[in-house]
Design a protein around this ligand. Sequence first.
Ligand code: SF4
Ligand code: SF4
Length: 186
Amino acid sequence: MEKKHKVSDLQTHTGVEVMRCYQCGKCTAGCVLASEMNYPPSYLMRLLQTGSKENYNKILSSNSIWLCLNCENCLGRCPMEIDIPKMMDYLRTQSIKENKLHPDSKPILAFHRAFLDSVKSTGRLYEIGLIMNFKFRTFRFLQDLNIAPGMYLKGKLHLLPEKIRDRRSMKRIFAQTIENAKTDNK
Ligand code: SF4
Ligand code: SF4
């Protein structure tokens, strides 16, 4: 007998009641990345509704949760106001926690982390720092290198980072967020 506790945890943490979905498919029809996903949003909802641990693990190992842009098109179209983007956030953290990251999604996680590193240290997005961080994480040193000079000439890349004055507050926000996540996972 398979356990159903993982879907219950998802519902507790996100407030999404998966059984409210009646499979109308409007979320998938409006999702710009549905065709690239292992499981488009409405399919993902159906897998969750089965309550099966095996299906839940399929979701955690899928590319769907990493391709999701959190654009909220699905939420805006859903007649039941099911917050799929919020669910995707939760599923991403569970995927990392359970070491089930989809192999093709590793660069996406690397980008998320490089982005957060930049915001944590400067309070802003420092593009060159983000790109270097991403390249070191993924060993994609030559990728898109040819577009850098053009971007620099157009003023899209700044050699030095802009920093906010109160960077300690930013560090406190990150520390508090990590603490909250630990409490949530207890
Ligand atoms: S739009 Fe809402 S109700 Fe319809 S399939 Fe998607 S999640 Fe379910
Ligand atoms: S939030 Fe994610 S799942 Fe929803 S429409 Fe946007 S990309 Fe698709």
